[in-house]
Write a protein that binds this ligand. Structure first.
Ligand SMILES: Nc1ncnc2c1ncn2[C@@H]1O[C@H](COP(=O)(O)OP(=O)(O)OP(=O)(O)O)[C@@H](O)[C@H]1O
Ligand SMILES: [Mg+2]
Length: 227
């Protein structure tokens, strides 16, 4: 397992078709990402960043090309295998956070840990540790509806990394944060990749993130371009 790419895309394209109209999501993307790497995709609005991450997560099917996760093509997973993989090995930080409003921040994070057959006490301990590490203990018992965008963003990051996922997919993880808090998050993701030999893919238009990436890839109109 260790010598394989975590994520591999071969000539992947996604075209959205709505009635007679079609628009390019991403076009002809080839990519290999392995352990210990933080790869940053930079591109303007509409360049295909969210489409790319959603494809990698197996939440969207490519129109063309092959996507492999952990050495296996996505097509070869059954629906339940893919769900299990996502629950156990992939942490997704959504652009819109997707926190559950009726649960506190801590409960939102605990929810993803419940799948890993841990005791309630262990789940609480892990979740509290992550809040401490990210310096967001003060948010633990707040409901998402009472939090700022930046606060929700940090809880979304906590949730994504809680499971010790091998692959973190982060969609604009610093968009709602000031420079200081943005740096904390991206430094954390950088360390997470390096220290734990994990794979982190960040998509963003935030040029401040460049210094924290191990590799930078530019996207424009759905394509990888040479910078
Ligand atoms: N569900 C959809 N149906 C039709 N077209 C879509 C859909 N989602 C995205 N697109 C189109 O695909 C292209 C890429 O969109 P995408 O959301 O991946 O861009 P993005 O880089 O994430 O943008 P942003 O920075 O604004 O989040 C855009 O032209 C967009 O209009
Ligand atoms: Mg997007």
């Amino acid at each position: 397992m260790k010598d394989k790419n975590i994520v591999s895309l071969q000539s992947v394209s996604k075209t959205y078709k709505i009635n007679a109209h079609s628009s390019v999501g991403v076009k002809d993307i080839t990519l290999n990402v392995s352990h210990g790497e933080l790869v940053l995709f930079l591109g303007p609005s509409g360049s295909g960043k969210t489409t790319l991450l959603t494809l990698i997560a197996g939440l969207l099917k490519p129109s063309e090309g092959i996507i492999s996760l952990f050495g296996k093509t996505i097509d070869s997973f059954t629906v339940s295998e893919l769900q299990k993989l996502r629950a156990e090995k992939i942490g997704f930080i959504f652009q819109t956070f997707l926190l559950i409003d009726s649960l506190t921040a801590l409960q939102n994070v605990e929810l993803v840990l419940r799948f890993a057959s841990k005791s309630k006490r262990e789940v609480r301990r892990i979740a509290e540790n992550i809040f401490r590490e990210l310096n967001i203990e003060y948010l633990a018992h707040k409901l998402p509806t009472t939090m700022s965008q930046g606060e929700k963003q940090r809880v979304a990051v906590a949730r994504a990394i809680a499971n010790n996922a091998d692959l973190i997919l982060a969609d604009e993880p610093t968009a709602s944060l000031d420079t200081e808090n943005g740096s904390i998050i991206i430094e954390w993701l950088n360390t997470y990749a390096k220290a734990n030999n994990k794979c982190v893919i960040v998509v963003s238009h935030d040029l401040r993130l460049k210094e924290y990436a191990h590799r930078i890839i530019y996207l424009e109109d759905g394509r990888i371009i040479n910078a």
